[in-house]
Design a protein around this ligand. Sequence first.
Ligand SMILES: Nc1nc2c(ncn2[C@@H]2O[C@H](COP(=O)(O)OP(=O)(O)O)[C@@H](O)[C@H]2O)c(=O)[nH]1
Ligand SMILES: [Mg+2]
Length: 397
Amino acid sequence: MTYKIGLVGKPSVGKSTLFNAATMNDVPEGAYPFTTIDPSVGEAYVRVECAAPDFDETCTPDTGFCEGGERFVPTKLVDVAGLVPGAHEGKGLGNQFLSDLNEADVLVHVVDFSGETDLEGEPTEGHDPREDIGFLEEELDQWYVDVLEKGIERYRSGYHGNEGDIEVDLAEQMNAFGTNKDEIKQVILALDLELDPDAWDGDDREALARELRKRTKPMVVAANKMDTPEAQANFEDIANDPEYEHLTVVPVSAHAEKALKSANEAGVVDYTPGEGAFDIVGDVSDEQEAGLEQIREFVTEFDGTGVQDAIETALFDELGTKAVFPGGADAMGDDQGRVMRDCWILPEDATTEDLAYHLHSDIGDGLLHAMDCRSGRQISTRHELEHRDVVELVTTS
Ligand SMILES: Nc1nc2c(ncn2[C@@H]2O[C@H](COP(=O)(O)OP(=O)(O)O)[C@@H](O)[C@H]2O)c(=O)[nH]1
Ligand SMILES: [Mg+2]
């Protein structure tokens, strides 16, 4: 299973630019709403400090690559176009937008921090990025309220034969959000609500929808266009505003990442994605050099372009995942001498057994125990793995 990270935001904030930079695919970009008609799914990477050097080995990845001691693990990135005010009512690319959104495990909300686009994505000046942050949250909440209300209707209609448990009807209606009846019941009780929708008023329904949205659609804000002074000023304000403490805001220049990736591909610079430094290695014109030096100033100040940071913060911190490598307690290589071919991204609380089932149901069924390759100790099937653990699964077959 590969996690999907969704890029969302109103038109013209830089979603496609960020998507292209992260995946180096060619998707049309431009300051026009709806340039991207279909959802674009591409392969991006998240970095994990490679575990092979800890064993004096060099890894041989099956997928992704390893550079400068960092393993680049593939993950899916989705450019979710079509967010406009009223998207939950089907405006813009409403329904398409919502179904794409549903497929994302975690969101990166791309916000134009320069203030040069209004809520519809049209050029303007001095637009407050706070409005965009609020608008996405409200749009999502409204959509959740709509689905929640359908679930309540379903409950009231009463012919689904589930012994009248509200959480069961809600779970069925909200199934696509990746939640379940236990979580829904827990949220209802945590909000001090009764397990009876007839006792809920509009505010209660909204609070419930909001809480479920927060749990099922974790997100980070990518403060994009940070290469402009206006964006930097807005970032300064918002990062110091207690009202936004609940959000993780990552400063980003999708432009800088795109430029560095292109220059790297052209052999002009030596750049490893995510790094806060690069070398000019090819012949450049004065103009190119000036451009690159401007980018250097930016990546030095912000310790990178922020594109990798935004994606990794979303996957590891907001969604809550960890990376685990396969190994051998006696020898690191497999029978063909390949070392740490995989690097699996697993849920934060995944156990040895979860890993086994993640690989194959037969491996899960036949799991006896596992070996922690660093300590050489046996670990049980219920053992919770840690980020960067190297494990050997011992099975009956
Ligand atoms: N200054 C600046 N402009 C950007 C950046 N990223 C995107 N843009 C510009 O913003 C506009 C909209 O970009 P696009 O990727 O098409 O936005 P989308 O509609 O959200 O997919 C284009 O003119 C981009 O060149 C950035 O990091 N800095
Ligand atoms: Mg686009």
